[in-house]
Design a protein around this ligand. Structure first.
Ligand SMILES: [Ca+2]
Ligand SMILES: [Ca+2]
Ligand SMILES: [Ca+2]
Length: 455
């Protein structure tokens, strides 16, 4: 948000040519109450000299600080903070009277800022403002319709709240939710934000303690089964999900999408997951890096409900899936990915090429059959399964020595040499080569030069 403000300021300065640059932006005025002790617009109530020499409520380009206990500061006109201008309030109350607001809509946008902690601001509306509500902050909006006009309100403390006097909780949910962030994240009602009626036609908005795991993607290391589970305590409605793996851990052929499977009968589904909407696959058939699908409708997953996505995870040391839900309220929900297993309890070890949960003789043929092959064009998951233990892009003597070390560390000194020399070898060339590597490595630990080994 800060960055956006800076960008806007820079852009404004460029667009205005020299005129903006010459203006003395950034003066700070601090409330003293030395005038009538009440009027925002009275210069004598502030220390410091504003840009232009007087408080121009329709164009506030300076920073106004209220940091001492005070009565109610009032303004009977709209106070329009522009880019570079803002209010920092850590005490007292500021009340904008007679149906006026804070900020003004204009083109191009000129975003001001308001930061409140341990203070109250009452106004009919906000316009083009970045608002941060910290500890003890109360923002009261008396307007109906659109009292948050193009503003973004971040709620950054559990004791901060917003009171809409003329908008019901239903209005807030349908019209204003996307203007909030909660601790910098998108709001998810019931997860990090509560929106309730105030009993008088208005609504109260307050942050909730963010419970860790809200929606989880459970990934079974044994079977590769992926299951989306809603543990938010409430319904989650979404129209798209995306699962990404840069390492290539996904197997689209084993995926069970909703599309043409469990969606509406009209789209070839059986209606068991989404009876009234057609789903469309967004990821390419056969994709190893992306599973995504969506609908123009929505799917509501009830609390504790699960969505089975098939055995589409390829077990490997790469536990790096990322998953996102696109919610119907316009926000994105980052899904927590959890890896589970009854056989494979811990992440697959690097060197466990067949990914069965242990380093054993079964892993050795995978490295051996690819020795001296380039695997740089493969996805990381496949390169590892081919024996590239160190991720260098080739299966070579370094992988061999590392595997030997790992094998002996797991099964005892000399275990690798005994295993490797006892395994029947289909290719005589490879037998000789591997045999000499074993001898060389165990005798001198010197590395042999790379040699092609193809049969
Ligand atoms: Ca639906
Ligand atoms: Ca293994
Ligand atoms: Ca390697």
């Amino acid at each position: 948000m800060q960055f956006v403000t800076q960008l806007r300021l820079l852009l404004a300065a460029i667009l205005c040519g020299g005129c903006c640059v010459q203006a003395a932006y950034g003066v700070t005025l601090t409330w003293t109450g030395g005038g009538d002790g009440q009027s925002f617009n009275q210069l004598a109530n502030w220390s410091g000299t504003p840009t232009g020499g007087f408080i121009n409520s329709s164009n506030l380009v300076d920073t106004y600080v209220v940091d001492t206990a005070t009565g109610v500061i009032t303004s009977s006109t709209t106070i329009a903070f522009r880019a570079g201008g803002g209010l920092i309030q850590s005490a007292g109350s500021l009340s904008i009277l007679n149906g006026n607001g804070v900020g003004v809509l204009e083109t191009p946008d000129s975003i001001g800022s308001i930061t409140i902690s341990n203070g109250e601001l009452s106004t009919q509306y906000l316009a083009e403002l970045e608002v941060s509500l910290g500890q003890g902050a109360l923002l009261t909006l008396s307007g109906s319709g659109n009292p948050v006009n193009e503003s973004v309100v971040d709620i950054s403390d559990l004791s901060a709240s917003i009171h809409f006097l003329a908008e019901s909780s239903a209005n807030v949910l349908s019209e204003h939710l996307n203007k909030f962030t909660v601790f910098g994240s998108s709001p998810v009602v019931g997860v990090n934000l509560s929106v309730t009626d105030d009993g008088s036609g208005g609504a109260l908005v307050a942050p909730l303690l963010v419970e860790p795991p809200s929606v989880k993607l459970q990934v079974d290391r044994d079977s590769g089964e992926m299951t989306l589970v809603n543990l938010t305590g409430g319904d989650i409605s979404f129209y798209e999900y995306d699962i990404i793996s840069i390492a290539g851990s996904l197997d689209a052929a084993a995926w069970t999408p909703i599309a043409e499977s469990t969606d509406a009968v009209s789209n070839g589904g059986d209606g068991s997951v989404d009876a009234d909407d057609a789903w469309i696959r967004f990821s390419a058939p056969g994709s190893r890096t992306d599973l995504a699908e969506g609908t123009f409708g929505e799917l509501t997953l009830a609390n504790n409900a699960e969505l089975q996505l098939g055995n589409a995870w390829i077990t490997s040391p790469f536990e790096e899936l990322e998953a996102t839900l696109s919610l119907t309220n316009g926000s994105y929900l980052s899904v927590e990915v959890v890896y589970l297993g009854t056989e494979i309890l811990a992440p697959i070890q690097v060197g466990d090429f067949n990914a069965d949960g242990r380093i054993s003789a079964d892993d050795w043929p995978l490295l051996r059959s690819n020795l001296f092959a380039s695997v740089s064009s493969l996805l990381p998951v496949d390169a590892h399964a081919a024996g590239d233990l160190d991720g260098s892009g080739t299966v070579d003597e370094y992988d061999f020595l590392l595997f030997e070390e790992l094998y002996d560390a797991t099964l005892g000194p000399g275990a690798f040499a005994r295993m490797a020399s006892g395994v029947p070898e289909p290719s005589s060339v490879c037998t000789i080569l591997v045999g000499s590597i074993v001898v060389l490595s165990s005798m001198s630990r010197r590395l042999t030069p790379s040699t092609s080994c193809r049969s």
